[in-house]
Design a protein around this ligand. Sequence first.
Ligand code: SF4
Length: 219
Amino acid sequence: MEDKNRREKLKDFFLEIKDCRKCELSGTRTKLVFGSGSAFAGIMFVGEAPGKNEDLQGLPFVGRAGRILDSLLESIGMDRSQVFIANVLKCRPPGNRDPKIEEINACKDYLFHQIGIINPKIICTLGRYSTQLLLKTTEGISGLRGKVFNIEGRIILPINHPAAVLYAPSRMEILEKDFLRIKEIMDSNYKSADSDKEAPKIEANGDEEKTEEEQLGLF
Ligand code: SF4
């Protein structure tokens, strides 16, 4: 894919899915949260699903967990303009309940298509749902966190979701270490001593609103 076309392809894809009605979450969402960041990012972060603030603004990671993600990026000399941030689900589950398997199945191809357009060298999965989806496993995040996997030439690095820090502040230290690992991999030109690990065995199949134009300006 030509680099010069990536931004346009991402914008076209946003316009294509912004009114998606493929699952029941379309009935309760305020805005579909497509994702934001650079269409040319070498690293992509994938979380679980939009929360309340994300749903209102149409942007990913804008609440307290988002501020933690910002500070972690800052700790390795980066900011959001250099990465792409998305979620497994594009619409908020009511009350921030866990995603249902049928919702993930309905939505996952959108994420895969975004990955195909952006073609990042590293995907950092934040928490259980994105880790299990991208590693095609049912293993829990605790056993996978911090390990580096190489899948089809792309590095997958599972880490805890930044929201975990809100409930267990001691996890910040672990996240900081994992972000240093990200920097290490980037500094080594995307090579990692253990990045030849196979993926686990497949066991199972702010409250201000953003306009659509502002969402389009995000890539
Ligand atoms: S969560 Fe995904 S599949 Fe469901 S309505 Fe939203 S965009 Fe469509």
